[in-house]
Design a protein around this ligand. Sequence first.
Ligand SMILES: C[S@@+](CC[C@H](N)C(=O)[O-])C[C@H]1O[C@@H](n2cnc3c(N)ncnc32)[C@H](O)[C@@H]1O
Length: 224
Amino acid sequence: MAGDLDRETMERAYARWAPIYDAVCGPVFEKGRRAAAQAARQVGGRILEVGVGTGLSFSDYDATTEITGIDLSEPMIARARERMASGSYPFVRDVRVMDAHDLEFSDATFDCVVAQFVITLVERPERVLDECARVLRPGGEIILVNHLYSERGVAAAIERWFSKHAHTFGLRPEFPFARLEAWSRDHGGIQVIERRRVAPLGVYTLVRFRKEAAAEISSARAAG
Ligand SMILES: C[S@@+](CC[C@H](N)C(=O)[O-])C[C@H]1O[C@@H](n2cnc3c(N)ncnc32)[C@H](O)[C@@H]1O
């Protein structure tokens, strides 16, 4: 799968999306974005938004949180900075251009890492998930929301056809939940704690992972 959505393709695609993103994609992703931010607020504290885009999610947070956003696309981050400069989101601490494959943060910096409509787009999703897990404190959560690939039936056939044409738009629809589950199994110390469909019509899936605390890992090792 690596190489089908490389950095250059992604930067080109989102330079085109940036001026129209809020109007075109904002409403389409709104319910999924809200559900993820709501789950992140339950964790609270220092929240990293990976692929923050234009910062549409800022209005879904409040002063009980401290938001840091990163995105590969300079034009998308420029929009997020404009939003930040409005003064309406004092809890947004920083937004920066950064590649999610190489997060420039120390281990265990954040209480929660959120990626809304991002993980299916990146070149190496497992590498990005490794990075999210690394910068997360023990006991913290990774929260993803995305359209995940239907593994059976008519929807799967349509998505397979669409995927052949989608990459030039910076999209990768052929991404099953099983891939996320396999990552958490292989990673160790990360568990899927929730998987649920969200509106509209259940087309998006919200997935929550929890990073076990050190004590939980050592007692699991002792038991196993
Ligand atoms: C569909 S948009 C979602 C934006 C935002 N999360 C939202 O829900 O409105 C995907 C975002 O992921 C960003 N992105 C793609 N690959 C990335 C990477 N490797 N590192 C950081 N951001 C990336 C894109 O630039 C784009 O802003």
